[in-house]
Design a protein around this ligand. Structure first.
Ligand code: FES
Length: 200
């Protein structure tokens, strides 16, 4: 009598586990020569170019950022010394033509020519010249100054400062904004000091 052995259930082979390709594997695949068909080679060549362009771009950006440290941003301050023309260019009264370029007014009165720095002595706004009222009026808090820059209304504590003036060798008026003359409240006025006014 033939005996039959129970058949063991067939062992099913476990499917091979796919490990994730690492970045190095991916780059190696892109840069290595392959035996792929021509269309695949073209695709790989395009990818290679793309990666090369990205790497080069990153290198250029880093290089530019590095070089930038050697070229600090420059601050361009307005000039503090400049010429405004000859005394004969200025008639009696207030001349506002340098207000935008240099923030000054040139004034001629019976004593000579002087330059008012167009900064309100309250909080630093730029007053407006009102020819019809013969005064400067600050738009911020209402301070008023007469045609020589002397305060007479509003919160301004003192007259506006004046810039240093002198004649250069050609006879032009040279202004130096870094040297100012003031008249603090209750103190001596510097408005008649040499350099505060040109007696011309
Ligand atoms: S800043 Fe001119 S009145 Fe205040």
């Amino acid at each position: 009598m033939a005996t039959t052995t129970p058949t063991e259930p067939a062992k099913t082979a476990a499917p091979p586990t796919k490990s994730k390709p690492s970045l190095i594997d991916a780059l190696r695949a892109i840069f290595s020569k392959s035996e792929e068909p021509p269309e695949d080679e073209a695709l790989i060549a395009r990818r290679r170019k793309f990666v090369m362009a990205a790497v080069l771009g990153a290198l250029v950006v880093n290089l530019l950022m590095f070089l930038r440290f050697f070229f600090p941003r420059a601050l361009y301050e307005p000039k503090t010394k400049f010429k405004i023309g000859f005394p004969s260019d200025f008639g009696f009264g207030v001349d506002t033509k340098f207000q935008n370029a240099h923030r000054i007014w040139v004034v001629r009165n019976t004593e000579g020519i002087f330059v008012i720095i167009a900064i309100c002595t309250h909080l630093g706004c730029t007053p407006d010249w009102k020819p019809s009222e013969n005064k400067f009026k600050c738009p911020c808090h209402g301070s008023g100054y007469d045609s020589e820059g002397v305060n007479f209304e509003g919160p301004a504590p003192r007259p506006m400062d004046r810039a240093h003036v002198e004649l250069d060798p050609e006879g032009q008026i040279a202004v130096d904004m870094s040297h100012a003359y003031s008249w603090p409240k209750g103190e001596r006025s510097e408005f008649n000091d040499p350099g505060a006014i040109l007696h011309v």
